[in-house]
Every structure is written in C-alpha cells, then in structure tokens.
Design a binder for this molecule. Structure first.
Ligand code: GAR
Length: 217
C-alpha cells in the first residue's frame, strides 16, 4: 500500500513538482493525495492541478496570530484525505508545538543549506556572507524550532567565488529536487529510524564520497 502524502506549499512549488514527478513511478512507495497552499496566489497550485493532483487552499492570513485556529482547519483537510505523511515545500508558516508533535516523525521539510548552518531567511546570502566553500540542501523531520530537526538527507554543491545568491540558489535547487523524492522514498518505505534527535537509515552508508572545494590540484 502506498503511503498517502500531502504537500504543503506557499509559493512556486518546484520541490512539490519534483515530488509529484517521482511519485508517478509505479514502484514509488508514496502517492501525493493533495497539495495544500496557505496562499490562494501560490503558483504551485496550478502546476499541481495540471498534474491531476487535488489542490486545496487553506488561507492562513485570516487567522492572523491564531495558529491553532488555522491548524484545526488544516488538520480537518488532512483527515478528510486520510493523509499519513506531510512534505513541506517552501511552506512559509510556522506551526504550533502541538501540531508538530501530532506529526512528529511523519512531516518532512527541505531547506537550502547544510543544516544546522544557515537556518531561517536568506540561507544563500548567509552562506556567501560566511564564505563557505561547500553548501547544499537538507531534508529533515520537522520539530517546533524552525529549520531544525533530525536530518534525513543532505546534498552538497561547491560554492564559487563569483557566486551570487541567485546562482547559488539555482545550483542548490537542482540538489533539492534530487534529494527530496529520495528522502520521501526512504520515509514511506519504512527505512528511517529515529534515535533521539538522530535519524538513521537502513542500509544507507556512503563512506567514500568526498567533495573538495576549491579544487587546486
Ligand atoms: C526551496 O528552496 C526550499 O528549500 C525553501 O524554499 C524554497 C521553495 O521553493 N525552503 C525554506 O527556505 C524553508 N526554510 P519551491 O516552492 O520552488 O519548492
């Protein structure tokens, strides 16, 4: 049985599209049963609908600071669709600790940095400001703290001296689209194990991978 997944978005939805694409494969262990946006103008909604995925808008703005009120409506929508797992794809709304607890171990997020470095806003600018030579993207389980939680998968890219936030974000986005579907595959097929704050993966070790930047030889 495929696991039933909802993708929550607020904007463009390119990670959403990558997940929808991956889930088309007959052997993918999850199916995308809904795309839910908290913004009515999220461009990702049209993309999802064009792929034949049911879409839903639960606007967060009218709820203002009433996070619990928003989440009650969201939870009802998730219940109606019998959602088992959630993927956040550029979902720009913080959850209450209660909602996060309810979905602990079942809700993934993606962030365009090698967490725990550079959480929050403008991670690409933060990476350039710090002068790191390698950056990347992280898929992690969601906890109440923003852009934190047990790390499921990371992908790295080199950072060049002449990179801008724009060029770096494009390079990292390519990695995001590769690792998010793989992370969901692992979660949906029961290959992830949480040991406290650490996520371990059944048969998932790569001890040989290296990435050196800048390469001078
Ligand atoms: C992605 O780069 C994602 O990693 C980032 O928002 C973008 C959404 O793009 N998420 C965060 O920064 C979370 N803190 P998308 O709508 O095209 O997937």
């Amino acid at each position: 049985m495929k696991r039933r997944v909802a993708i929550l978005i607020s904007g463009r939805g390119s990670n959403m599209a990558a997940l929808i694409d991956a889930a088309k494969a007959v052997d993918f262990p999850a199916e995308i049963v809904a795309v839910i946006s908290n913004r009515v103008d999220a461009p990702g909604l049209e993309k999802a609908a064009a792929s034949g995925i049911p879409t839903l808008v639960v606007e967060s703005k009218p709820f203002g600071k009433d996070r619990a009120g928003f989440e009650a409506v969201l939870q009802r929508a998730l219940d109606e669709k019998e959602v088992e797992l959630i993927c956040l794809g550029g979902f720009m709304r913080l959850f209450t600790a209660e909602f996060v607890q309810r979905w602990y171990g079942k809700m993934l997020n993606i962030h365009p940095s090698l967490l725990p470095s550079f959480p929050g806003l403008d991670p690409h600018g933060q990476a350039l400001q710090a002068g790191v030579k390698i950056s990347g993207a992280t898929v992690h389980f969601v906890i109440p703290e923003t852009d934190a939680g047990p790390i499921v998968m990371q992908g790295a890219v080199t950072v060049a001296d002449d990179d801008t936030a724009e060029t770096l974000s494009q390079r990292i986005l390519g990695i995001e689209h590769r690792i998010y579907p793989e992370a969901l595959r692992l979660l949906a097929s029961g290959k992830l194990r949480l040991e406290g704050d650490i996520c371990k993966v059944a048969d998932g070790a790569d001890r040989d991978g290296t990435l050196i930047s800048p390469r001078t030889i």
